[in-house]
Design a protein around this ligand. Structure first.
Ligand code: AMP
Length: 158
């Protein structure tokens, strides 16, 4: 019989530093730049350029999360065989181009999962049970906490 791989717990000290949940480390939805379903690629490119982020979430009118869009996805969608078909920017909608297969977080107390996923993702979208968008947890925020942990004085030392 195949043995189940044991996932090591994160250190108690590190766990304490991060608190019960990473919810406090989240950038809340109202502070996250996003585009809406139905927006065309021209609008999405404008938002991406103005906010300066490489990837942003795509939400619907009820703030439910549907995908992620980046400038690279937009360029790829308007790339013809011989030229960049700029006219497509006004024709194509974000939902035709966005990435829909990406990890999401429902439980911000699941730190092991968040840490594991952040190895490959610069940020993670947090949603509730009905996929309403709550915010993002970025690798930068977590690394800042790790950095604080590394430099925190060891108890009992001089
Ligand atoms: P950072 O950790 O600030 O470098 O952000 C990593 C990535 O998270 C960015 O490239 C964006 O894709 C996303 N991101 C961070 N903050 C925001 C924000 N306020 N609005 C939208 N996306 C964000």
């Amino acid at each position: 019989m195949k043995r189940k791989r044991e996932i090591p717990m994160i250190s108690e000290q590190f766990n304490d530093l991060l608190g019960n949940s990473l919810e406090e480390s989240m950038i809340t939805a109202e502070k996250v730049a996003h585009v809406q379903i139905g927006n065309n690629l021209e609008h999405a490119l404008l938002v991406l350029t103005k906010c300066g982020y490489s990837v942003i979430p795509v939400l619907d009118f009820e703030y439910k999360l549907h995908g992620l869009i980046s400038a690279a996805m937009i360029t790829d969608a308007i790339l013809g065989l011989e030229r960049i078909e700029y006219e497509k920017l006004g024709e194509l909608k974000v939902e035709e181009v966005m990435q829909t297969d990406f990890p999401i977080i429902e439980d911000t107390s699941n730190k092991e999962k968040i840490f594991r996923l952040l190895v490959d993702q610069p940020f993670l979208c947090v949603v509730d049970q009905v996929r309403e968008f709550k915010g993002i947890i970025t690798r930068r925020i977590i690394l800042k906490q790790v950095n604080r942990f590394i430099h925190s004085p060891v108890e009992g030392s001089k």
